[in-house]
Design a protein. Structure first.
Length: 191
């Protein structure tokens, strides 16, 4: 079941890898809840780098990033070093099911993913050679066919915007997220 703007997200605390529990929704900020694929996924890493580089802008817009992978914490631990936002493992895919984020062959078969996939593999290989990234598991928990999902959640727990990826690189850019946050109702834009 997919969530649409206006859907309610029950309050909970998510436990990230190596950090304190994170409230979702956050009573003082918007939450950008990103569903990614597996630990070390080259496409996910390429995307997350854009959020790392512009993290200060995202925070200044009153947005808290929370990233979910369908990998266990043990697999994620070596991939999250240096990320300025919490990363949560969901190997049972309970959150994925709750938010309606799916897997499918189209994640990698869609021609729109091929160029980013090549760029991600080349960049990831270079970063691995330089010791800045680690290779993903040869058989990642949850498989390789996950689709991304993005949700902007207000402090009151309402979904303000949602995006379900049609392929592995179909997610909000930083600019799209900032534009959505700028349209959020004033009570949702507390610093």
């Amino acid at each position: 079941m997919r969530l649409a703007p206006g859907s309610d997200v029950p309050a909970r605390e998510l436990t990230p890898v190596g950090g304190p529990p994170v409230p979702v929704p956050d009573p003082a900020r918007l939450v950008h809840l990103q569903f990614r694929r597996f630990a070390g996924c080259p496409i996910c890493n390429l995307h997350l780098r854009s959020f790392v580089v512009r993290h200060a802008e995202v925070e200044a817009a009153g947005i808290r990033e929370v990233v979910v992978f369908h990998s266990p914490d043990e697999e994620l631990r070596k991939h999250v070093t240096g990320l300025p936002f919490p990363v949560v493992g969901d190997p049972s895919k309970k959150l994925y099911a709750e938010f309606g984020v799916e897997s499918g062959r189209r994640s990698l078969l869609d021609p729109r993913v091929w160029s980013p996939l090549v760029r991600a593999v080349l960049t990831g290989t270079w970063q691995t050679i330089r010791g800045r990234e680690h290779l993903p598991s040869s058989s990642p928990a949850g498989g390789r066919l996950g689709l991304p999902g993005d949700f902007l959640i207000g402090p009151d727990g309402r979904v303000l915007a949602a995006k379900y990826g049609e392929h592995a690189y179909d997610q909000w850019s930083v600019d799209e997220l900032l534009a959505l946050a700028a349209q959020a109702p004033d009570p949702a834009r507390k610093p």
